[in-house]
Unconditional design. Structure first.
Length: 316
């Protein structure tokens, strides 16, 4: 299959623009032709906007929906992600690996535009880069991007600003909150990648994590959305190959494989001076990871949810 993540994402975005009002979002074309979709910065956004953002982040190679679940015995909605293309959807597209900084503007960049820029070491290791006609990106940010942001992205991707679409939402919004929690599978794949596991062995994946209450501000939102995955996220990976390598690496894959595990993320973040790079990067993975081996039929499970931390984080 020729993946073409930006093409697939653009096929999702184009029909959405005609119903932007249904998502409680706004659309504007900037002076340089850059197309900006606000789904949760100044616009109110919606749950459907969050689901849409998550599927765009996955480059059209995953399905996202709300499913029933529970947190510590209380009925609670969960965000489910299903993909048969986990490396392409999650690592080459969804992972928030592009820090975009222009003047006073800062955002974490996700989505297929990363594959057009291929700035991260990850793309060299996975041998992937797109020559794209459109660039589609998702920004987690509290400010709307300017024309200068589009120009920077155009410079890095090789796609003109007038062929670039950026979708933006802050963490403390319905849509932003939703799209961050739709990263349960992505965090497990990235953790495996960082541990040196051959991620191409993962053929399909399913993940769920509880949808947090929208926080009063972005800092609190970062805490709740991380806790949802670190302490409430559950992922099932369908893999090929031997069982022994899975047994060896398995205990390190869930968030409990990090010494930082156990405290609400807001406390960990504060202790690190609100600097993500001072936090043990091995913390960022789901609470529970289960491997189904398609070749041997063996199932191996590691980690487990910590509902007490989730309840405290969510204010339950």
């Amino acid at each position: 299959m020729s993946v073409m993540l930006n093409k697939r994402a653009n096929e999702l975005v184009e029909p959405m623009l005609s119903r932007i009002g249904d998502l409680r979002g706004t659309f504007v074309e900037l002076d340089n032709g850059g197309q900006l979709v606000d789904l949760g910065v100044k616009a109110e956004g919606s749950l459907e906007a969050g689901r849409f953002l998550a599927e765009v982040c996955l480059g059209g190679l995953g399905e996202v929906r709300i499913v029933p679940g529970e947190v510590g015995g209380i009925a609670w909605p969960h965000v489910q992600v299903v993909t048969d293309w986990p490396v392409e959807a999650c690592l080459l597209s969804q992972y928030a690996g592009w820090q975009i900084s222009v003047g006073k503007f800062f955002a974490m960049g996700s989505g297929p535009m990363r594959a057009a820029a291929a700035r991260e070491e990850l793309f060299a290791k996975l041998d992937y880069r797109e020559a794209a006609s459109h660039a589609i990106g998702v920004l987690e940010t509290g400010k709307l991007p300017t024309a200068e942001v589009f120009d920077l992205i155009a410079e890095k991707t090789g796609v003109p600003a007038d062929m670039t679409v950026l979708l933006a939402a802050r963490t403390a919004s319905l849509a932003g909150n939703f799209q961050v929690v739709a990263r349960s599978v992505e965090t497990s794949l990235h953790k495996l990648f960082e541990l040196g596991f051959d991620v191409w062995r993962v053929r399909s994946a399913i993940g769920v994590a509880p949808l947090p209450p929208v926080a009063k501000d972005d800092f609190a939102g970062i805490g709740r959305t991380n806790d949802a995955i670190l302490y409430g996220g559950r992922v099932t990976l369908m893999v090929r190959g031997d069982d022994e390598s899975i047994a060896a690496i398995g205990p390190r894959v869930p968030s409990s494989g990090s010494a930082a595990h156990g405290k609400p993320f807001a406390d960990i973040f504060e202790d690190a001076g609100r600097d993500f790079y001072k936090i043990d990067q091995h913390l960022f993975s789901p609470a529970e990871v289960v491997f189904h081996n398609l070749d041997t039929g063996r199932v191996q499970a590691f980690g487990g949810v910590t509902p007490d931390v989730v309840r405290r984080s969510f204010g339950l």
